[in-house]
Ligand binder design. Structure first.
Ligand code: SAM
Ligand code: SF4
Length: 384
């Protein structure tokens, strides 16, 4: 039976499942709704109900971070965000330096709204720039143009929100190395505190999967990746995860907690959560999932559609899948703290991977070698 000295830190993810338009590459749980026609009042009620049902998993902890993700949560009014935060603070409580992020689409940004979000308690914004090339933005089905992203950044600064992330994608349809670097430089020129630089993937159940656009070939993708990493590093953005780059001390606390196998409550349509529960029989790690379809979620008095205890034999792989994405790895003792299992359980497998040159030989830290980072799936197979 897994043993825990302390419960892991706790975060809260709030999913908002609507967007003004569906982007052809997106497989997130997002549904099209004309602006201002989604049922905000009812959704907030359902979120509060959902949160209250999660309370047994809190077990005396306070929240270290909150993330409003989507979909397009910037369609929510600042009053709505404030109401939700007040509820979370009342029922769970916040740690002193809590990070509270809201994802915003530049096409839905207005100056007063950012200021009002900040006054409501948001202290970090993640802006979906995606590209600065108008032809790409059109192909990607975005509702905004590059100038709107620049304007949104101006508004963020005027609202004193200096801690913001830009989401940017590369290996876009027909994109050359030069075009990808021009795009990346335009993002860097806006001086965000954090950059998420994602390689476009063709996900099943998307328009791009059914009608596949011509993407740059593997060699070009590799060159973009190499040159992009170099450019980011030269300009003060340190990579700390596969796609995450930040200036000093501005890593995303919320995502870091996922990768360090911390706990998080997930509320909202289709949200996922992971929590460690202490019972008289011992500790169990639960994965919980909420009803996906917004209409069903709104009507449901018990929105949890799946609650599964992770089998102990699956914990090493689940932990590695998250922790080994971090470029500087994690202390080995974190494996014991977050899974409740002894290191001796995986030591032999780790030694084998060190000998294959996929993990670094380090007495304290569990981290991939550069080659291992490119072969993460082979490492994970070892723990299956
Ligand atoms: C949860 S999404 C939503 C953010 C927000 N709704 C937006 O689009 O501006 C977070 C980010 O994932 C990235 N993303 C979504 N689908 C992707 C895909 N198929 N390949 C690579 N990155 C993707 C995009 O950069 C996106 O901003
Ligand atoms: S706006 Fe974001 S969440 Fe909505 S469809 Fe586009 S990528 Fe997906």
């Amino acid at each position: 039976m897994a043993e825990f000295a302390n419960l892991p830190p706790l975060s809260l993810y709030v999913h908002f499942p609507w967007c003004i338009q569906k982007c052809p590459y997106c497989d997130f749980n997002s549904h099209v709704v004309p602006q201002d026609t989604f049922p905000e009042k009812e959704y907030l009620q359902a979120l509060k109900r959902d949160l209250e049902q999660e309370l047994p998993f809190v077990q005396g902890r306070k929240l270290e971070s909150i993330f409003f993700g989507g979909g397009t949560p910037s369609l929510l009014s600042a009053n709505g965000v404030e109401e939700m935060l007040a509820h979370a603070e009342k029922y769970i409580g916040f740690t002193r330096h809590i990070e509270i992020t809201l994802e915003a689409n530049p096409g839905t940004a207005e100056q007063q709204r950012f200021k009002a979000y900040q006054q409501a308690g948001i202290n970090r914004i993640s802006l979906g720039a995606q590209s600065f090339d108008h032809r790409q933005l059109k192909k990607l089905g975005r509702i905004h143009c590059a100038d709107e992203t620049r304007r949104a950044v101006d508004m963020l600064r005027q609202a004193n929100i200096d801690n913001f992330n830009l989401d940017l994608m590369f290996a876009l349809p027909g994109q050359t190395l030069v075009e990808a670097m021009v795009d990346l430089q335009q993002a860097i020129d806006l001086a965000p505190s954090h950059l998420s630089w994602y390689q476009l993937t063709l996900e099943p159940n998307t328009v791009f999967y059914r009608e596949q656009p011509l993407l740059p070939d593997d060699d070009v993708q590799f060159e973009i990746l190499q040159e992009g990493h170099q450019r980011l590093q030269q300009q003060g953005y340190l990579q700390y995860e596969t796609s995450a780059f930040s200036t000093a001390h501005q890593q995303c606390k919320h995502n870091r907690n996922y990768w360090e196998f911390g706990d998080y409550l997930g509320i909202g349509a289709g949200a996922h959560g992971k929590t460690t529960l202490k019972t008289p029989e011992g500790f169990h790690i639960h994965r919980r999932q909420k009803t996906r379809v917004p209409e069903h979620y709104l009507q449901s008095m018990n929105p949890c559609s799946k609650d599964q205890v992770i089998d102990e034999k699956d914990l090493p792989c689940e932990f590695a899948m998250n922790a080994l994405r971090l470029t500087t790895g994690v202390p080995k003792k974190l494996f014991v703290e977050r899974t409740g299992l002894p290191w001796s359980l995986i030591d032999q497998k780790v030694q084998g991977l060190i000998q294959q040159g996929l993990l670094r030989d380090d007495p304290e830290i569990w981290v991939t070698t550069p080659r291992g980072a490119l072969m993460l799936n082979s490492i994970l197979e070892c723990f299956l």
